[in-house]
Design a protein around this ligand. Structure first.
Ligand SMILES: [Fe+2]
Ligand SMILES: [Fe+2]
Length: 254
């Protein structure tokens, strides 16, 4: 059995009311302190993109410091990230503009972190290179173990007008790959700044809350985004039968 903490959209560097990014950093640190204080253990901490608000190298220096944990931290880029500085500063690799896809072999499951960003755009897509990589990575190695597939943009409408138009498109191609790999237990994403659960291709599609802000439903009124709700996260429990159960938590102020 695995327990994975999952949050998203820390947007380090977001200048909220001219605070120079202090609020965004404080909220991300609040989440990390909460996880670090748990008796544990956790198997991993997942962060599904929009790590930086403007994709600046100085923001990734902050990301590297803030996302430090006693647990493995697995991440992928979002539409606010930029691939070259993400690679150089966070991964210590040469700058490059290709998608940033990673396979993490945890004991008990494979976690595949995919790059759904399209440079220069806010909507998302798993391009041909990424889908071919996913197909090969799922076929490679440990066929008896369940796999979780994570990316930034949800490949489905969540009934949030402001984010549905910048969702991940091309989900039919993703569905075709998933159909070849029954060991995938669930799909994890962020981008929508809301804790939500739906399905794609008969699999759970679980959306992590946004740490920096919460996008609200039309029935909740207001301007569609809240900066006063507390940061939240998800705990995903993957049991030995490959069944995924998710719990959502508000993170108390530290
Ligand atoms: Fe975001
Ligand atoms: Fe996003």
């Amino acid at each position: 059995m695995l327990t994975i903490a999952h949050f998203s959209d820390i947007h380090l560097g977001q200048d909220h009311r001219r605070d120079g990014g202090k609020r965004a950093r404080r909220r991300a640190e609040q989440v990390m302190a909460y996880l670090d204080a748990l008796p544990g253990p956790l198997d991993a901490v997942l962060v599904t993109g929009d790590l930086a608000d403007h994709g600046l190298p100085t923001e990734y220096e902050q990301v590297a410091k803030v996302l430090h944990s006693r647990y493995p931290v697995l991440a992928c880029p979002g539409n606010h990230d930029r691939r070259a500085p993400y690679r150089e500063v966070l991964l210590g690799e040469a700058a490059g503009e290709g998608p940033i896809n990673r396979l993490h072999r945890l004991s008990g499951a494979d976690v595949l972190m995919l790059d759904s960003s399209i440079p220069g755009r806010d909507d998302g897509l798993l391009d041909e290179e990424t889908l071919a990589w996913l197909d090969a990575a799922l076929a490679d190695g440990r066929p008896d173990l369940p796999a979780l597939v994570a990316f930034h943009h949800p490949p489905a409408i969540l009934h949030l007008p402001t984010v549905d138009r910048i969702r991940q498109y091309g989900e039919q191609a993703l569905t075709a790959v998933l159909a070849r790999h029954p060991r995938v237990a669930g799909l994890l994403c962020g981008h929508s700044h809301t804790g939500a659960a739906t399905t794609l291709a008969g699999l759970p599609l679980l959306v992590a809350p946004g740490v920096v802000s919460t996008v609200t439903l039309p029935c909740e009124g207001g301007r569609g985004i809240s900066f006063t709700q507390p940061p939240m996260l998800a705990f995903h429990v993957l049991d030995d039968e490959g069944r995924l159960t998710t719990h959502y938590r508000a993170v108390p102020a530290s």
